[in-house]
Each structure stands twice: as structure tokens, then as C-alpha cells.
Design a protein around this ligand. Structure first.
Ligand code: DGL
Length: 236
């Protein structure tokens, strides 16, 4: 059983890739929507919720947990790995592939406040940005619109323009989606950014990493899997 956890609906962009890759597995998706958004919350609060939700998922039999939230990964993944006996897969800000493929030497990263403040992001930037200019932008309002299920229309476009116009004006040729809510807006972001900009969603790479980890575990366990997905929202 695989546990997948996010502050709300965003982690479903990762769940989709997991199910595509491993349809035979059983999943519990936990959306912490009563406490969404995580972006402006303190790392202490996010660690507390991540611990409670991980304990619940482990008690339900999850063998691995995918923290399908960049903000929760930034605040809590080291704590979770140190305190619980199952493997945790986190979200990596996909700065590396964007930097590697950038021709203009400018890339944009869209993420939450919490993700930008975290050590994971600053370490990733220090390791991979090289000579490429990285423009950081908090995706103000984007998580909220995805939670409401409003994924297109003039208001969404206005929010996205505000976020990405400055990146485009500075020559960004890649935009990294550093929050798992944002892939739900990917087609609108691509339309506004135009054909010369590549939008990078790290979810497929995270799903592949989860598959590698799960294969290591499965060697010792018989398969009794049915291919099910259960959704739970802030029940603990
Ligand atoms: N989906 C989340 C992320 O990847 C959290 C967004 C939020 O709750 O602010 O960062």
C-alpha cells in the first residue's frame, strides 16, 4: 500500500503519475484540506501535521509514503525519515533539468513561500543553478484557485500573468512547477508563456523514484495488491 499526502488537492497531480506507472498498487490519498494552504504556515506546524498523517497512513498499512507536496517536503521530510520506519519519497524542485536544458540562461521557479524558505530549495539552487539566472516567484492565489476547482477563465489567467510575466520579460525559457497544485494549471500556464517556454512538472520523475523504492521493498513481500485508490480529507 502506498500513502500519498498533500495539503489538499495538489498531490493528485503526483497520484496520477503513480497510478499511470503502477496501476496494480493500492493507494491511500490524504488531502489535508482543513489546513490548506501550507505555503504560509510555519515549519513546526507542517511537521506536526506531517507526523500525524504519516502515523495514520502507517497504521493503515502503507509501506511507503509519497509526500506529494513541495512545502511539506521542505519542512518535514528529514524529520519524517528520522522518526518513522517506512521510506518517504519527497518532491524535488526540478531546478536541475530546467537549468540543464535552458538555452537563454534564465529559468523561472514557481513555488510557495514555505518551499522557497526551505533548506532543500537553497541547497538545490546552490548545487545545480550554475551560471543560470533563477527567478523565484510565489504563485500567489494559485493553490486557492485549484482547491476551488477553478482551473481556467479570466481570473485564473490574471493570476498566472502576474506570476509569470516578469519571468518571461527577463527571458526565462523554462518554468519549473515547484508546487504540486500547479500542474492542474499547466495548460493555461503554457498558453500564457507561449511556445518558446518549457513548463517542467517534476511529478513523473517522483513517481519513477517511488517505483524504484517500492521494488526494493517488494522483493521480501508477497503481492496481494488490487489496484485501488482511497481518498481521505483531514479526518485526523
Ligand atoms: N501542494 C503543495 C506544494 O507542493 C502545498 C501548497 C500549499 O498548501 O500552500 O507545495
Amino acid at each position: 500500500m502506498i500513502g500519498v499526502y498533500d495539503s489538499g488537492e495538489g498531490g493528485k497531480s503526483v497520484l496520477k503519475e503513480l497510478v499511470r506507472l503502477m496501476p496494480e498498487e493500492d493507494y491511500i490519498y490524504y488531502g489535508d484540506s482543513a489546513y490548506c494552504p501550507y505555503g504560509p504556515k510555519s515549519p513546526e506546524f507542517i511537521i506536526k501535521r506531517a507526523s500525524e498523517i504519516s502515523e495514520y497512513l502507517i497504521s493503515r498499512g502503507c509501506e511507503i509514503i509519497v509526500v506529494a507536496c513541495n512545502t511539506a517536503t521542505a519542512a518535514a521530510i528529514s524529520y519524517l525519515r528520522a522518526h518513522y520506519p517506512v521510506p518517504f519519497i519527497g518532491m524535488e524542485p526540478a531546478v536541475k533539468p530546467a537549468v540543464l536544458h535552458s538555452k537563454s540562461g534564465v529559468v523561472g521557479v514557481l513555488a510557495t513561500e514555505g518551499t522557497f524558505k526551505g533548506k532543500l530549495y537553497s541547497d538545490t539552487l546552490a548545487r545545480f543553478s550554475g551560471n543560470v539566472k533563477v527567478i523565484e516567484q510565489v504563485g500567489t492565489g494559485l493553490v486557492e484557485t485549484v482547491e476551488k476547482g477553478v482551473l481556467e477563465g479570466p481570473e485564473v489567467e490574471a493570476l498566472i500573468h502576474k506570476c509569470i510575466d516578469p519571468m518571461i520579460a527577463q527571458g526565462a525559457d523554462h518554468i519549473v512547477l515547484g508546487c504540486t497544485h500547479y500542474p492542474f494549471l499547466q495548460s493555461v500556464i503554457e498558453k500564457i508563456a507561449g511556445p518558446s517556454v518549457t513548463v517542467v512538472n517534476p511529478a513523473p520523475a517522483v513517481a519513477r523514484q517511488a517505483q524504484r523504492v517500492l521494488e526494493g521493498i517488494k522483493k521480501t513481500e508477497p503481492s496481494t495488491r488490487k489496484g485501488s485508490v482511497e481518498f481521505i480529507y483531514s479526518s485526523i
